[in-house]
Write a protein that binds this ligand. Structure first.
Ligand code: LLP
Length: 408
């Protein structure tokens, strides 16, 4: 449990905010974000990598208020869709501070990005280069590109979020990248390739494979002096329930050492590290069902709000909002969705709860609300920003009417 989360007078507080008090006003399920914590983690990254340009990965949490808060303290942004670029621009981010990445950029998305003038496009295939070339010519633009490499390293993480092995759909194999770079002629091509991009996975369990990928990228850069920039992606891990994970410094030290003496501009694209621990999902127990090994709590939040347990067997901490010293029972916290995978926490010791009790699902700030869905016609949950003195709704709860608004 983070030091900023504590029971005061028997009620769970986050900083000075009484969480049940907020839930009483906005209802459940709802997402809460600690904005001071988000800013603090961004600053930790800046301190660990003082010469890097940090592009917050919007896919982790793209609420406009989160984007604005990070933009205000100097973050740049990593977008993987036209929609994410649109969100960033709506939040006031200059397009020049956006990297447009992604394996499947459509014609329309590239057209939008080129017209806006995004800072970088990370290209992932020769087909994409051809498409960018053709579009840039017609728009008389000269976009700056990084080639995304597939370094063929296997990241130490869940298979669903490993991206750097040869069979992955991501990036360009090293040999092909070398050929593309040799063939690049800035006087003929409508784009300028100035960088390389490598992202081998998310929630990285060790630093070693990142360093392997870094070595491969640097070796390639040596042959092509027009490559000035290396984007090392994201992936810095978070300890979800106290398990050991490599620290930021464990990444920063060898990366900085490997770049020592090279005139390379470093870009990073962290998402999870900045926001994961700064988000909580609040849910309310609807029903208490006895089961063979303990008890099932059916709550009003589930895989539609937080799909990570169902999709990656991810484990999130769960805390009751009311402090109960009673003996714990084996509990399964599940959602209301008609799927057996709809579990928030499979096995956890909790005090015996009753209908109406509230639970905080921890570390839900990254890949939580952004991966929510309307399955079972469930409206998206509201999102609340906590600042040190007050809190505000930064996304209102969807209504049933919103669910049918686009249907004709
Ligand atoms: N850059 C690229 C090219 C990426 O693909 C990703 C994440 C990031 C940066 C940010 O990675 P981070 O720092 O957040 O690890 N939904 C999954 C995670 C998917 C990550 C996808 N790419 C989860 O909930 O664990």
């Amino acid at each position: 449990m983070s030091s900023t989360l504590a029971y005061q007078d028997g009620r769970l507080h986050w900083h000075r905010h009484d969480l049940a008090g907020i839930a009483a006003q906005v209802g459940t399920p709802c997402y809460l974000y600690d904005f001071e914590g988000i800013r603090a983690n961004f600053r930790r990254l800046q301190a660990a990598f003082p010469s890097a340009e940090i592009h917050y990965s919007l896919k982790a949490n793209a609420n406009l208020a989160v984007i604005r808060a990070l933009h205000a303290i100097g973050a740049h942004f990593d977008a993987v869709s036209g929609g994410e670029i649109f969100r960033a621009v709506q939040a006031g981010v200059p397009p020049s501070q956006i990297v447009f990445a992604g394996v499947g950029k459509t014609h329309r998305e590239l057209d939008y990005a080129l017209r806006l003038g995004v800072g970088w496009i990370n290209a992932e295939s020769s087909g994409e280069l051809a498409r960018i070339d053709q579009l840039a010519r017609s728009l008389r633009a000269t976009p700056r590109l990084a080639l995304r490499l597939n370094p063929d390293v296997r990241a130490d993480t869940h298979p669903h979020i490993a991206t750097g092995h040869a069979a992955a759909k991501f990036g360009i194999p090293l040999a092909e990248a070398a050929d593309l770079l040799s063939a690049h002629d800035p006087s003929r091509d409508a784009y300028r390739i100035e960088g390389l991009h490598v992202h081998i996975g998310s929630q990285l369990g060790s630093v070693d494979h990142t360093l392997e990928a870094l070595d491969a990228a640097l070796a390639l850069m040596d042959g092509f002096p027009f490559l000035t920039t290396l984007d090392l992606g994201g992936g810095f891990p978070v300890s979800y329930t106290g398990e050991p994970v490599p620290t930021l410094e464990a990444f920063a030290e060898p990366i900085t050492a490997a770049l020592q003496g090279r005139p390379v501009r470093l870009i990073l694209e962290p998402g999870r590290y900045i926001v994961a621990e700064n988000g909580i999902l609040l849910v309310e127990v609807q029903y208490v069902k006895p089961t063979s090994d303990g008890v099932i709590y059916v709550t009003d939040g589930g895989m539609t709000e937080l799909i990570r347990p169902a999709l990656y067997a991810a484990t999130h901490g769960v805390l009751p909002l009311r402090h109960m010293p009673e003996a714990a029972v084996i509990s399964h916290v599940v959602g209301p969705v008609c799927e057996s995978a709809d579990v928030l926490r499979a096995v956890v010791a909790l005090p015996l709860l009753r209908e109406g009790d509230l639970l905080a699902v921890l570390h839900a700030g990254a890949y939580g609300a952004v991966m929510a869905s309307n399955y079972n016609a469930r409206p998206l949950a509201p999102e609340i920003a906590l600042e040190s003195d007050d809190w505000r709704v930064v996304r209102r709860r969807q209504r049933w009417e919103d669910l049918i608004a686009e249907e004709v």
